[in-house]
Design a protein around this ligand. Structure first.
Ligand code: 4GP
Length: 829
């Protein structure tokens, strides 16, 4: 027994003694060791995948000591931490980021060179985890990077989707979804812990019972699955800190029935396994079927229930006084997907921990905060009462009670204003009885935040005004941010070096220092070097696109980029109309091709598999591209490039090369945007509406360095109120008519007028996002873009000023705002 105690006390039992030596020879040794002992091959017989995995394991080894130390610290700390609950983490590749964070890039490069290996070849082996869709998933990844870099005690919780978001391919210009098998060659960055699986239950019924004179409820579930944690390292930048991202995988409790197997029914023998594993199969399963909807709710409950249990049982001490929970944790709800955590938390406190309802509710209201990422009403999730009652019967009861008490309080405050009561009820009766998850989150959350100034204001005044009146001070804003580590240091190393040369080190963790570049904008020599970096980035992009998709970015072209999810509100259609207008001008002879500024238009966009109009727009972009690119009359001056499967890896090459950033959503629709920030930080000029964070970008970089067009949000409202008839714009504007007519004529569909007819009639007779209303202003502003681009030196000056003035958009600043306005956590421990 005494021997065991001694071992438990031994430093090695708590954490490895130290990281391997950070020398080239030390790295070589570790790398070869991993090749031999982890991959089981000698260098001479190793495949590129072996080498990549060995390299990744080596980097892990360097981070391990700090990771274990920080996990222990987090368990032992008595201070408050953050648990970020998110259905998505769009991480991007890990290798480079982890090398950068641990200052190992040079050592690793040299060490591998000594082994005869070009580290660049190994970089290409890494398949990025497809665990996110768009903005909110990438935001989550930026936030955990910043939290680690700022040493904030925190953990990210989510789902380890086996296939992630789909891999996009184009067949005849149309999107075809393929499974994204990102795990097929193994992921060296994850640490599975099957022994720490949690049981997560579903369905069944509830009952009340007498618990020593107190009537209590309990849930008798019908089936369950196991949630297996997979841990990922989240290293801070140059601070030795390593936080954790914990993603859950769903497996069957009894994966395999030997009795049935032996009876010969092999399919039935593994049915439970297939059923259970579906939960963590894909991100955002198609939800147009009832089965799809149910699967999404299963996913949401699955990961938040596992995360809450994980925190309560593995992080808190066994004898922790639950009344003190608000001093130890805040769960940040990243949009509505994790909101079912609220009734789950209540269920655990009331049913399992036997806490009094009011006490539990008071605690819950301090332990959650909610971030909304949208303004589109259809994006605010609702769950039918029918589905909720079947899948999570106890949670539905809890939601009803929360709602009853909430509405009682509303009546007390505002009287029996039935209209207001109906508008504020968490449970709505129309069009079917359902639970409004955004309302539940708003009622439960200590704070509710939007993601840019304008968005937060609209959220408060237009989307949830009654709640704002009822809960003064609950609503706040935190403008989004992006991590400068990945999006400048890794994505744009040459710019990073130029900045360091000008400003010295330190700006990577204190991005406001970029202000210092303002004076360099006036220095011709600096401008020339800045322009050279941009040109080099374009050449790199050209090489990448050529290898990846056989596409090219010709020398001397302005790079005009629109990369983001495909959605009508983002208005890729407006961009298409601009291209078609330029093209039509050339082929009709009204514009001399020699006067056209050579531009390459880059698109990157996935459409949700069930979003038919978005897919038609993708088809149209590709169709326009093939016609325009091939037409000799254009003389190569317009070039449309649409690489499929836009992802973080490609973004890191596209953004640093861009000249013009397209942020052209209808005002009042884009919550924030984060791509807009990445472009500005990499010296692209924005053409944009007064929407989302564009507003703040423009304020900071200045009107002279931003191309503003389109209606403002109040103008949009006014036009709606007055009755928007898109066809009137079509009738009035000759250029617009020519562009639309050209599409309608079949010019981009081999003469077939039916192919894009739905797109055209949607524009003419519906046009919910007012593309036609903003067309004229957009085209006029694009004219100014061309003129400005004509003076390259002035353009470069503006580009530098964009970089210099965008330091505010670091996700480190966002995290400081969250800490100050919402979490009230100590900045570090
Ligand atoms: C996105 C918003 O569309 C975008 O404006 C914002 O920058 C981003 O969240 C992060 O806050 N929303 C989503 C979504 O990704 O799925 O609703």
């Amino acid at each position: 027994a005494s021997g065991r105690t001694q071992i438990a006390d031994h430093p090695l039992a708590l954490a490895p003694v130290s990281a391997p030596a950070s020398s080239v020879d030390g790295f070589v040794r570790e790398f070869l060791k991993n090749l031999n002992f982890t991959q089981g091959v000698p260098l001479s017989a190793s495949s590129p995948n072996d080498r990549y995995l060995a390299l990744a394991h080596t980097v892990r080894d360097y981070l391990m000591a700090r990771w274990l130390e920080d996990q222990r610290g987090q368990r032992e700390a008595q201070s408050k931490g953050v648990a970020y609950l998110s259905a998505e983490y769009l991480l991007g590749r890990q290798l480079d980021n982890n090398l950068l964070a641990s200052r190992l890039t040079d050592v690793a490069t040299e060490a591998l060179a000594k082994c005869g290996i070009d580290i660049d070849d190994l970089r290409q082996q890494e398949v990025e985890p497809g665990l996110g869709n768009g903005g909110l998933g990438r935001l989550a990844a930026c936030f955990i990077d910043s939290l680690a870099t700022m040493s904030v005690p925190s953990i990210g919780y989510g789902i380890r989707y086996e296939y992630g978001i789909f891999r996009q391919t184009f067949v005849d210009g149309q999107q075809v979804e393929q499974p994204d098998a990102w795990l097929s060659l193994g992921s060296p960055w994850e640490f599975p812990h099957p022994e720490a699986a949690q049981t997560i239950s579903f369905a069944g019924h509830t009952e009340t019972y007498d618990d020593d004179g107190v009537e209590r409820s309990r849930w008798i579930p019908a089936w369950n699955v196991q949630a297996v944690p997979y841990n990922y390292m989240v290293p801070g930048y140059h601070n030795g800190r390593v936080n954790t991202l914990r993603l859950w995988r769903s497996v069957a409790t009894n994966a395999f029935d030997l009795r049935i197997f032996n009876s010969g029914d092999y399919e039935e023998a593994v049915r439970a396994q297939i059923f259970a594993e579906n939960i963590s199969k894909v991100l955002y399963p198609e939800d147009s079927t009832p089965q799809g909807k149910e699967l999404r709710l299963q996913q949401q409950y699955f990961f938040v229930a596992a995360s809450i249990r994980d925190f309560l049982t593995n992080v808190l001490a066994e004898d922790f006084d639950l009344e003190k929970l608000p001093e130890r944790i805040i769960f940040q709800l990243n949009d509505t997907h994790p909101v079912i955590a609220v009734p789950e938390f209540m269920r655990v406190l009331v049913d399992e921990k036997k806490m009094d309802w009011d006490a539990a509710w008071a605690i819950t209201q301090q332990c959650f905060a909610y971030t909304c990422h949208t303004l589109l009403p259809e994006a605010l999730e609702v769950w039918s009462v029918d589905l909720l009652g079947r899948l999570l019967p106890r949670h539905l009861e809890i939601i009803y009670r929360i709602n009853d008490e909430f509405l009682l309080a509303v009546r007390e405050r505002f009287g029996d204003d039935e209209m207001r009561i109906r508008n504020m009820s968490i449970v709505s009766d129309f069009p079917e009885r359902s639970v409004r998850m955004a309302y539940l989150a708003t009622v439960a959350g200590a704070k509710v935040n939007g993601v840019a100034e304008l968005h937060s204001q609209l959220l408060r005044d237009k989307v949830l005004p009654d709640f704002n009146e009822f809960y003064p001070g609950k609503f706040t804003n935190v403008t989004n941010g992006v991590t400068p580590r990945r999006f400048i240091r890794l994505a744009n190393p040459q710019l990073a070096d130029l900045i360091t040369e000008a400003l010295g080190a330190g700006w990577t963790v204190d991005l406001e220092r970029l202000r210092g570049l303002e004076s360099f904008a006036e220095d011709p020599e600096f401008r020339a070097r800045f322009a050279e970096v941009k040109a080099a980035n374009k050449r790199t992009l050209n090489t990448v696109l050529l290898a990846r998709d056989g596409l090219s970015v010709p020398d001397g072209h302005m790079l005009d980029v629109m990369v983001k999810r495909l959605h009508e509100y983002k208005r890729q259609m407006l961009k298409v109309l601009h291209i078609v207008t330029s093209y039509e001008g050339i082929i009709s002879g009204r514009v001399d091709v020699k006067d056209v500024t050579p531009r390459t238009f880059i698109f990157g966009a996935k459409a949700a598999p069930g979003y038919v109009m978005a897919k038609r727009i993708i088809h149209l972009i590709n169709a326009v591209g093939s016609v325009v690119n091939a037409d000799p009359r254009v003389e190569g001056r317009l070039n449309v490039v649409f690489p499929p499967n836009y992802n973080v890896t490609l973004a890191e090459r596209v953004i640093p090369a861009a000249d013009l950033s397209e942020q052209i959503s209808l005002a009042g629709k884009e919550a924030s945007g984060t791509g807009n920030m990445k472009f500005a930080l990499n010296g692209a000029l924005t053409i944009g509406t007064d929407d989302g964070a564009n507003v703040e970008i423009r304020e900071l970089v200045g009107d002279d360095n931003f191309f503003l067009f389109g209606m403002t949000e109040p103008e949009v409202e006014a036009l709606w109120a007055e009755g928007y008839r898109p066809s009137e714009f079509y009738q009035k504007d000759e250029d617009l008519r020519r562009a639309i007519d050209l599409i309608a004529s079949g010019a981009f569909s081999g003469g077939d007028r039916t192919t894009f007819e739905p797109v055209v009639s949607n524009l003419l007779y519906d046009d919910r996002f007012m593309v036609l209303a903003d067309y004229a202003s957009y085209i006029a502003e694009q004219g100014k873009v061309d003129a400005a681009y004509g003076d390259q030196d002035a353009w470069t000056r503006s580009a530098i000023l964009n970089v210099a003035r965008s330091g505010y958009f670091s996700s480190d600043r966002s995290m400081r705002d969250y800490i100050q306005r919402i979490w009230h956590t100590p900045p570090a421990y």
